[in-house]
Design a protein around this ligand. Structure first.
Ligand SMILES: [Zn+2]
Length: 339
């Protein structure tokens, strides 16, 4: 008998949809299969005003077409005043903090956490979660996340009622911090659950697997995979799908970011089944996020069945082309339909 499963309102809690031609190309991949997603604000220029937020939201909904998809908006955290944060609270799911220069379009991010303490205090009072790219700008690429942990710990202690989302967690040391602090939660990507640095450059360098935070050791990958498979209530799925054009990726100075949107649910079902944890997938891709953020997403039933799906080798329209994660590879589950 055909094996099927239904996921109720899957959510992608960390998503880059970009803008313009790229937005129009990539948004449908997420909007077809997910009920909603947390939209990262690092377009150019980054989202820092209410006008920019509303107009970006409109462009996203347009790009999603007929699909039922709720964009949960975020803003780029900077030195806003209390009145602005109070107004923004009704329109954002979180404020995103990028330490300056660590990732795409984050040059305006925080150079110094102290300077943002008034904003963190106001966010704590207003119940606005802090979404954070937890990496320092230090020299050892593989230790940037680990080196950021003292800063995260400082924020968690100083603002005990501030909900902190440790985005795209990639190290076992990071996971320990999530376990130790009640107010720290994390998103987990498909690529940090599946890849190590050997996939990225063990043989030849594959720029399509290059992202920040960079994929790490087997021990880190296995630790991340384990909390995901167990659907630990402190973690939730967030793809960090972050497209760059094929041209920008296949160049001497490749941009950081993995475009995973076309592979997500089929690959997650395959992995959870392989480890005998299919019953935890609903929690990992939806229920945990609802509980952590206290949200009630639109109702959307996504039906999957166990039959072959091939991830597209490339995704393109007339104006843009991107190579997805697991391009051209077979997957043992597919999305059959959506209600
Ligand atoms: Zn991201």
């Amino acid at each position: 008998m055909m094996q099927t499963m239904t996921i109720k309102s899957p959510l992608d809690m960390h998503l880059h949809l970009r803008d313009g031609d790229m937005l129009r190309l990539v948004a449908p991949y997420s909007a077809e299969e997910f009920a909603g997603g947390v939209i990262m604000p690092n377009i150019a220029p980054p989202i820092t005003t209410m006008e920019a937020l509303h107009s970006y939201r409109k462009r996203i909904l347009q790009a999603c077409g007929e699909n039922l998809f709720l964009p949960y908006m975020t803003m780029f955290l900077k030195n806003y005043d209390d009145a602005f944060l109070e107004e923004a609270a009704a329109h954002v799911i979180a404020m995103k903090l990028y330490p300056a220069g660590v990732t795409t379009n984050s040059e305006e991010g925080a150079k110094n956490i102290d300077s943002l303490e008034p904003q963190l205090k106001a966010m704590e009072a207003l119940n606005i979660p802090l979404s954070i790219h937890a990496e320092t700008h230090s020299h050892n690429l593989f230790l940037r996340e680990q080196n950021f942990l003292p800063i995260l710990e400082y924020i968690a202690k100083k603002f005990p009622n501030l909900k902190i989302i440790f985005e795209h967690i990639s190290s076992k040391e990071g996971l320990k911090l999530v376990a130790d602090y009640e107010n720290i939660y994390a998103t987990i990507t498909l690529h940090h659950m599946t890849l190590t640095v050997d996939d990225l450059m063990g043989e030849k360098m594959n720029p399509h697997l290059f992202c920040k935070p960079v994929v790490k050791t087997e021990a880190d990958r296995d630790a991340v995979l384990e909390v995901a498979l167990n659907a630990n209530p402190k973690v939730m799925f967030g793809s960090d799908s972050a497209p760059h054009s094929k041209e920008a990726k296949e160049s001497a100075l490749a941009s950081a970011g993995i475009f995973s949107a076309p592979a997500l649910l089929p690959k997650l079902a395959e992995i959870f089944e392989k480890h005998g944890k299919l019953e935890n997938l609903q929690k990992f891709v939806s229920d945990n996020a609802r509980a952590i953020y206290g949200i009630c997403p639109p109702e959307k039933l996504v039906l999957l069945d166990k039959s072959e799906y091939r991830v597209p080798a490339t995704c393109k329209n007339q104006k843009a082309e991107v190579v997805p994660l697991f391009a051209g590879e077979r997957c043992s589950w597919r999305v059959l339909g959506v209600e």
